[in-house]
Ligand binder design. Structure first.
Ligand code: HSE
Length: 404
């Protein structure tokens, strides 16, 4: 018998409880032992919910119970999740989490503790919700050097951008709609400012580069400045705008960035709509491979968490080797990241095109019947610093990097 304790009975925790109970015989057969939820920890009470039978309010009951084999942490946030997961691992229990804040900040350290204690620390659901991406990266793509990871890793912002594009609705209206539908939080900052995607690309970059990429080092820009006018121009060039997390290598130097990007139709990420996520990984031998699916939601995320539980049970007594050292991997700053740029500046084309070309070099103009008094164009590839210098003296309405 494998006893599981779930820390947190929120959206994901209730999904984990449901999946372990509803698919129990299938899960137990796959795990090779009967899997049972022994405890659910939450500060709240849930009168009338079957979870009452296993509900506890004191984490010590779980940590001191030698019969608990696997702790599932689905509380979110760094504390007390970090303290609880560390305690679980130190007391010889495997831990599985969906918590990207926790993994981005303490993943390498927690993996080290798991190794010392011959248990496992798994975090498949921390990136891409229900999409398998962590396990493929560390177990399947072991032969390749990962040259680039590029992904839509936040469902809320992808939903907002899709609605703005397809319905011509403005950002604030769509955000309210997303909140009404329960996609966006009441405080949507983590999603719309890109912080959530930043944690996720930090985790993937750390796994790809095998060293700690600090999320604080990643240039992060959200979607709050994107307007419907930007999308009008995109229609002219067969492109869309997506919030991308990218980790890559240029001129031998590693970089990572989260920002809105112009994505052309020939990029497989172009067709990723609504709350869906997709992550494109480029290996030096394999080439491109894409992972697509539901990046959020109770059951998709819980499905990934429970798959970690099954994996932890199957590996009982030995630790899966996950290469992610606490040693820091330096990445270059945004000024060194080179991209083409979609730019809108105030002015009449006839009057300012020579100034534009003198500053930016050769550009590709985009005409639009909907906007007057401004000029839109795509620049050649410029480093962040080169772009800033070229843009000096212009009234820039909009600047969006262009994905490769
Ligand atoms: N708020 C996140 C999203 C949830 O919208 O993708 C999953 O991490």
């Amino acid at each position: 018998m494998i006893n599981v304790a779930i820390l947190g009975y929120g959206t994901v925790g209730s999904g984990v409880y449901k999946i372990i109970n509803e698919n129990n015989s299938h899960i137990s057969r796959r795990a090779g032992d009967e899997v049972k939820v022994k405890y659910v920890l939450d500060l709240r009470d849930f009168p009338g919910d079957p979870v009452e039978k296993v509900l506890v309010h004191d984490v010590d009951i779980i940590m001191n119970d030698k019969d608990v084999d696997v702790v599932v942490e689905v509380m979110g946030g760094v504390e007390p999740a970090y303290t609880f997961v560390k305690r679980a691992l130190e007391s010889g229990k495997s831990a599985c989490t969906s918590n990207k804040e926790l993994v981005a900040k303490h993943g390498a350290e927690l993996l080290g503790i798991a190794q010392e204690k011959s248990v496992n620390f798994f975090f498949e659901a921390s990136v891409g919700g229900g999409i398998p991406i962590i396990r493929p990266l560390i177990e399947c793509l072991t032969v390749d050097h990962i040259e680039e990871i590029q992904g839509i890793m936040n469902g809320t912002t992808n939903y907002i951008l899709t609605k703005m594009e397809d319905e011509g609705a403005d950002f604030d209206t769509v955000l309210k709609d997303a909140q009404d539908k329960g996609y966006a939080e009441k405080n949507p900052e983590a999603d719309i400012e890109g912080f959530d995607a930043c944690r996720k690309i930090a985790i993937l970059a750390s796994l790809a580069y095998e060293k700690q990429v600090d999320f604080e080092d990643i240039y992060t820009e959200g979607i709050t400045k994107i307007t419907t006018q930007d999308f009008d121009y995109m229609k002219k060039i067969n492109a869309s705008i997506k919030l991308l997390g990218i980790a890559g290598k240029a001129d031998g130097k590693r970089y990572a960035i989260v920002a809105p990007f112009v994505v052309y139709k020939d990029n497989p990420l172009y067709n990723v709509k609504d709350v869906f996520n997709a992550i494109l990984v480029k290996g030096d031998m394999l080439g491109d491979v894409m992972f697509y699916g539901k990046g959020a939601g109770s059951l998709p995320t819980a499905s990934a968490v429970v798959s970690d539980v099954v994996d932890a049970v199957k590996r009982h007594g030995y630790t899966a080797k996950i290469h992610w050292s606490t040693e820091k991997r330096d990445i270059v700053d945004a000024g060194s990241i080179a991209t083409q740029n979609f730019v809108r500046v105030s002015g009449d084309k006839a009057a300012i095109s020579s100034k534009i070309e003198a500053s930016f070099g050769q550009v590709e103009y985009i005409e639009s019947d909907k906007s007057s008094g401004e000029v839109a164009f795509i620049t050649k590839v410029l480093s962040g610093r080169e772009y800033e210098k070229a843009a000096e003296g212009f009234d820039v309405i909009s600047r969006i990097r262009v994905s490769k």
